[in-house]
Design a protein around this ligand. Sequence first.
Ligand SMILES: NC(=O)N[C@@H](CC(=O)O)C(=O)O
Ligand SMILES: [Zn+2]
Ligand SMILES: [Zn+2]
Length: 341
Amino acid sequence: MTLQSLTIRRPDDWHVHLRDGEMLERVARHTSKQFARAIIMPNLVPPVTSVDAASAYRDRIRAASGEGFEPLITAYLTDEADPAELARGFEEKIWVAAKLYPAGATTNSASGVTNIRNIYPALEKMQAIGMVLCVHGEVTDPEIDVFDREGVFIDRVLEPLVDDFPDLKIVFEHITTAEAADFVRDAPATVAATITPQHLHINRNALFAGGLRPHAYCLPVAKREHHRLAVRAAAVSGSAKFFLGTDSAPHARSAKESACGCAGIFNAPYAMESYAAVFEEEDALDRLEGFASEHGPNFYGVPLNEDRVTLERVDQIVPEEVGGLVPFHAGETLKWRFAGG
Ligand SMILES: NC(=O)N[C@@H](CC(=O)O)C(=O)O
Ligand SMILES: [Zn+2]
Ligand SMILES: [Zn+2]
């Protein structure tokens, strides 16, 4: 018999961009509706580099997201990252992780790290205190083909990093390739990965389907079909190393539909529906709870959520716009509906 509803422990989103100001007001409740907690990415302008900025940002998110949602703030690592400041914010429970953006790799990464060696003192400190490192894993070398930047990052940066910091907890964010899925699977238990809905649903053809499709553009860019299939296999494998991170990354419509469109897909409004579709197609709905609600907290070392949410089998057409933004799956019919707790 076909499953008509699915009740699971409330999920968390281990990678999301909530932005600030008016955009934060527009998007925050889409995330807080589905998820109990979320790892909030720090790539604001200016980036979140100090404990004070992080604390103030957390207050603004709490105000925008409403009761019952816990924003988990991250620090933005620059070449000047101060180990003492990182440790202070971690001890004061203002931030739970720090984010490595290779300078120039993605949206608002201009202040990112130019050479991984520059943050070795910060990483030593993080390793010592048990603070998680989140990584945007792409090299920025213009000689490297954009579709190869994740794979080359593994060889040039990640593998040496894992060797040099055997006790540092590392999350390889938004993986998109078979190489990344294999690397994480075979790495020590200190290494995990987040997986977005879009990298489970689309391959690079989606960027060019009948014309140039800015709303399918994010970074790392979607890859060939065999990579999508490998990332799917990892997500539904049941391995505790792979967990949910939407990378919902809203940009104004005008910034997406532009001669130089911004990278980022706004998937928050139908995030769980989108993941559920994938797990059902892979005949793995029984593994959705682990991926969405258990593997992430266990890796970060925080308790599992106690409340439950239900997904119902109801067709819903995703609108062309949500709050003036174009959501992932716009115009498509999704077969599940997030019905809350
Ligand atoms: N994923 C994206 O395409 N964009 C993100 C940045 C990021 O996660 O790399 C953003 O902040 O817009
Ligand atoms: Zn990123
Ligand atoms: Zn992101």
